[in-house]
Design a protein around this ligand. Structure first.
Ligand SMILES: [Zn+2]
Length: 407
């Protein structure tokens, strides 16, 4: 699956590495690949109305000869606590879960599996995000999107022909999420240099050998070329492993994610309105654009900086309540205090930061080649909302980023 250097790095850093199988087609030996993980467990296969047709039914019937599968078809797949409870209600008599899907189905299963202490495996149906091999999930509880601890899968089985046939927006979204590597690494490293917070370069060493080729494949990804899609899938899996290794999303999610999440938390905005005004945006579509914005801010800041610590030491409580609501403000205040407690122990090393960056022009060219959104207008976002989020996102999370020093 991976080259020998990458495999060695993974073996060195993981006691127990999930099984990863990537084939052009898994059609002939679906139950054989499953037998690499399970012996005779009762399995619960979970799909939604989209993934049911493309792979769910096929996985379910292939498992019948060797296992005793049950099937749950999610009618309205949203990653909510209610959907998690619904899945858990069906897993009483099952020993393990089999997720067939991408973002939402995977998040629901990995969280349900975690709560019940049951193993799970996943058949991705799109290369849309990097959470297949991470140990957390994004679940909406009482209207708030939260990152919760979740189960790592025992195995990921990628049928590249299925993934390459996914709606092109999904795979382009995976590319957009991958683009955040340089801006996230910049923020994570900057925090480390200035404040001595933990940092690990291995997640980036995993991605480095394939990143150039991946970014050169933007056009092919948009066209559903199976070689390019396989490369994207590998990169997303490695990104997930990097997050697991780092004990959090640090290597793949910093200011560019914070601003996009803040847009989703604005109390007056309908999150379901996005791209072209009607269709909701996909995660990676938003991240592609916010990455561009952050790359420009980082580049500009490096040109002017003399080092720098936190720009703001007071928490703007009333403004946060006005924009994001009382609940968010209460939690955010605590998180921000952690940043105020950081003691600066160094100054920005410009050369070290420059080495890991990709220029905004190059990032924009990649998104353009994929015909993915490159502007906030293309996402259906209002400039005034976005400016608020650029200014106030840093108060919502304890992660130290470029937003703390540049704005
Ligand atoms: Zn992401």
């Amino acid at each position: 699956m991976f080259d020998s250097v990458t495999t060695k790095l993974l073996q060195k850093n993981f006691k127990l590495l999930p099984i990863i199988i990537c084939q052009r087609s898994l059609a002939r030996d679906l139950d054989d690949v499953m037998a690499t993980v399970f012996s005779r467990e009762k399995l619960l296969v979970v799909a939604d109305i989209n993934t049911d047709e493309v792979l769910g039914k096929r996985v379910f019937s292939a498992l019948k000869s060797r296992f005793e599968p049950q099937y749950v078809l999610l009618k309205n797949a949203e990653a909510t606590q209610e959907a998690v409870d619904y899945i858990r209600a069906h897993t009483h008599s099952c020993g393990a879960l089999v997720a067939v899907g991408s973002g939402t189905v995977n998040d629901l299963c990995k969280y349900a599996a975690y709560l019940d202490g049951k193993p799970y495996v996943v058949f991705p149906t799109a290369a849309s995000m990097n959470g297949y091999l991470s140990a957390n999930a994004s679940i909406t509880v009482d209207g708030y999107k939260q990152t919760v601890k979740a189960q790592m899968p025992k195995a990921v089985f990628c049928d590249i022909s299925v993934i390459a046939s996914a709606p092109e927006r999904l795979n382009k979204s995976g590319l957009g999420d991958s683009l955040a590597r340089p801006t996230a690494q910049f923020d994570w490293l900057l925090s480390h240099i200035l404040f001595g917070t933990p940092y690990n370069s291995v997640p980036f060493e995993l991605l480095e050998p394939i990143e150039g080729e991946l970014f050169d494949s933007a056009r092919g990804i948009a066209m559903g070329d199976s070689k390019c899609i396989e490369l994207l899938m590998k990169s997303l899996l490695l990104s997930g492993l990097g997050m697991s290794m780092a004990g959090g999303s640090f290597p793949a999610s910093q200011a560019e994610h914070m601003v996009a999440h803040a847009m989703g938390m604005l109390t007056h905005r309908d999150e379901h309105k996005g791209l072209a005004g009607a269709l909701p945006n996909l995660h990676g579509e938003e991240i592609g654009v916010t990455t561009l914005v952050m790359a420009r801010i980082q580049e500009q800041w490096l040109r002017q900086t003399e080092g720098g610590g936190l720009r703001s030491d007071t928490f703007p409580h009333d403004k946060i309540v006005e924009l994001f609501g009382q609940n968010v403000a209460t939690k955010a205040k605590e998180a921000y205090q952690n940043k105020l407690d950081l003691k600066q122990s160094g100054n920005a090393n410009i050369e070290q930061l420059q080495k890991i960056m990709i220029s905004p022009a190059k990032l924009e060219a990649i998104l353009t080649a994929a015909q993915a959104p490159t502007t906030i207008e293309a996402l259906g976002w209002q400039q005034v909302d976005f400016n608020h989020c650029l200014t106030y996102a840093k108060f919502l999370r304890d992660r130290f980023t470029i937003l703390d020093v540049a704005l």
